[in-house]
Structure formats: structure tokens, C-alpha cells
Design a protein around this ligand. Structure first.
Ligand code: PHE
Length: 337
């Protein structure tokens, strides 16, 4: 009996490719290595083979057996790995939604405030948190002996101000130095907001933090009135808190604005019972001395400015009663917003 080893080999390889289950694997094994299997038959034929053919038939039979063995190992591995995937992924189970993160409530609030003003035509600009005494105080007409310059009210750095010998740099205590920077660098008309962090050495409690956020606003042109300031901030509050908001402008004093006011929001309307009126921002008409310090020609421009506390706004809008919650990064708090 003669065997066409090449043909048998090709047939084995082709059939092995089609093995997809443990059952297929067993059928394949029986077909070639079983008692009545083809490879078994090749071995059996050695007995009657002519002595001259024995070596070739013996080698052929051994090669076929090795081929069948190695293909079976390979297919068995494949079947196992598929089975594992099937066990791991039960496609009939309801899916697990991936845990998605989201922006921190303060970031969301900052973005909301920024976008309201951007839609009104303001551009947003960030200015440095490390400032000079000039930008934080002098350029804003804050007198040299003003208590807010005191180390108890401002964080001073050990680093000397390279632009003013003997004066130290500081962490800005409000975003208003942004006004000075913008006016030193640009000519009116200007409509800019400056969002960012500010620092004050306050003892931390439910309503104070040594670091918090403000959004500064500055609008300068040849004709700007207090009426526009009121209109602008009223519209802003309606968009931020909703149309029912009740606010009041209360006369106040800031060295860098004249006249000046503070804006309070009626907390009862927002459903916060603690106190009737809560202050959210300071504002006013830019003091001509601030224009002067920025190098603008005398009497040519008018401007309005405001600065609001972002934490305050978020606390009022979302009924949060402790400022520390913003900084503790407790997921149980953050995930609510
Ligand atoms: N800088 C003031 C503050 O921090 C707020 C303010 C800004 C007031 C601009 C008037 C104009 O309290």
C-alpha cells in the first residue's frame, strides 16, 4: 500500500482550521488517531510494507502523528481562550456604565459666570496670582497706610519685587490688580473679565478660606454710566440665579471706584433661610485716579468695575452652607453637582 503523504497533510491542516468546539476536536482526534483512524492505519500498514518502503512509511506516519498532535494542542488552546472570554463576558447581563468624572462645582460655576459675560461681549483674561504691591494696591488708589496692605490681611512673599526695590511680591488679595494690568497693556474700549484665585490670611471657618475665587469685571469706554453698571449686573444675576432673583445695590466704599456699591441677593427668594440679604459682589465706577495710574489721559474715559466671590455665588445658588466643602474633595459632596 502506498500513501500520498502530502495530500493527507494538506487535508489534516484544512480540517484542523475548522475545529471550533471540544466536540470538533474529539471528532478530529478519532478520525486520525483513533483505532480506525487514518494515521493509525498508516502505522498498521508498516507490517505488510515492502522492506524498501518501510523507512519512508515509518517517517511519514510519525510526521503525520506529530502534525495532528501539534494542531490539536493549538486548537485546544484556542477553544479554551474563547471559553474564558465567554465566561467573563456575559452579554446577557445589563452593562456597567463607566464611572465618568466631571468638572468641580467651582470650575462649573466659574465657567457659567464667564460664559454669561462672554455672551454679553466681554473677553476673559487671566492675570498672575503673584503680584506687586503696585498692582494690588497703589495702582488701585489704595493708600500706603490702608489696613488691607497689612501683613495680617495680605500674604507677602520673601521675594523682592524686581520692579520696585525694597518691596516684596505678594499673593493677590483680590482680582482687581487684573484691572491695572489690563489697562497698562490696552487702550479702551475694553470689556474684560478676570477669573482666578485670590488669597487672604483669614482663619478658616464655614464662610472663610485663605484661598478663594473671584471674577473681576472691567468695562472702559468714553461714555459709561452707573446705569449701565446696574443694568449689566442685574441682567447677570437674572441669568445666573434665575429671573425671580431679588437684589439690592447698597452704597459702599472702595478706593478704586467712585461711587461704589455692594450687591446683596435676597436669600429668602432662593430658599436659603439663614439671613435675608447676602453680599455677593463689590462694584462701582472706576476712580479717575486708577486711570491716571494706568497712564490714561485725564478725563477721557469712564469705566465700571466689579468683583464677585465665586464660592459665595455657588453657595447661594446651590444652597451650600460651608465653604470648606469646596476644598475637601469628598466625592459624596462633589458627585452631587
Ligand atoms: N476688589 C473688591 C474686593 O475684593 C471688589 C471690587 C472689585 C469692588 C471691583 C469694586 C470694583 O472686595
Amino acid at each position: 500500500m502506498t500513501w500520498n503523504f502530502l495530500e493527507i497533510e494538506a487535508q489534516i491542516k484544512a480540517e484542523a482550521q475548522a475545529i471550533g468546539t471540544a466536540q470538533d476536536l474529539e471528532t478530529f482526534r478519532l478520525k486520525y488517531l483513533g483505532k480506525k483512524g487514518l494515521v493509525t492505519a498508516v502505522f498498521a500498514s508498516l507490517g505488510q510494507a515492502a522492506p524498501a518502503d518501510k523507512a519512508a512509511i515509518g517517517k511519514g506516519a510519525n510526521d503525520l502523528k506529530k502534525l495532528v498532535d501539534s494542531l490539536m494542542t493549538e486548537r485546544a488552546g484556542w477553544i479554551n481562550s474563547v471559553k474564558k472570554i465567554d465566561e467573563r463576558v456575559d452579554i446577557s447581563l445589563p452593562g456597567t456604565a463607566p464611572a465618568l468624572g466631571h468638572a468641580h462645582l467651582l470650575t462649573q460655576t466659574l465657567q457659567e459666570i464667564t460664559s454669561i459675560f462672554e455672551r454679553m461681549g466681554f473677553v476673559s483674561a487671566e492675570t498672575p496670582e503673584i503680584e506687586t504691591e503696585f498692582n494690588n494696591f497703589t495702582g488701585l488708589n489704595i493708600p500706603i497706610d490702608h489696613p488691607s496692605r497689612d501683613a495680617f490681611d495680605t500674604f507677602y512673599l520673601d521675594t523682592e519685587d524686581p520692579s520696585s526695590r525694597g518691596r516684596r511680591l505678594l499673593l493677590r488679595s483680590h482680582t482687581s490688580p487684573g484691572q491695572v494690568r489690563i489697562m497698562k497693556a490696552h487702550r479702551p474700549p475694553l470689556a474684560v473679565i478676570v477669573p482666578g484665585r485670590v488669597y487672604r490670611p483669614d482663619a478658616v471657618d464655614a464662610s472663610h478660606s485663605f484661598m478663594f475665587h473671584q471674577v473681576e469685571g472691567l468695562l472702559v469706554d468714553e461714555k459709561v454710566s452707573f446705569c449701565e453698571l446696574k443694568g449689566l449686573l442685574t441682567e447677570f444675576c437674572r441669568r445666573f440665579f434665575g429671573p425671580k432673583v431679588i437684589m439690592r445695590f447698597r452704597p459702599h466704599f472702595f478706593p478704586f471706584t467712585e461711587p461704589s456699591a455692594e450687591v446683596d441677593i435676597n436669600a429668602e427668594i432662593l430658599g436659603i433661610q439663614r439671613k435675608k440679604w447676602l453680599e455677593i459682589l463689590g462694584c462701582g465706577m472706576v476712580n479717575p485716579r486708577v486711570f491716571e495710574a494706568a497712564g490714561y489721559p485725564k478725563g477721557q474715559y469712564k469705566g465700571l468695575a466689579f468683583g464677585m466671590g465665586v464660592e459665595r455665588m455657588a453657595m447661594l445658588k446651590y444652597g451650600i452652607n460651608d465653604i470648606r466643602l469646596f476644598y475637601e474633595n469628598d466625592a459624596r459632596f462633589l458627585s452631587q453637582f
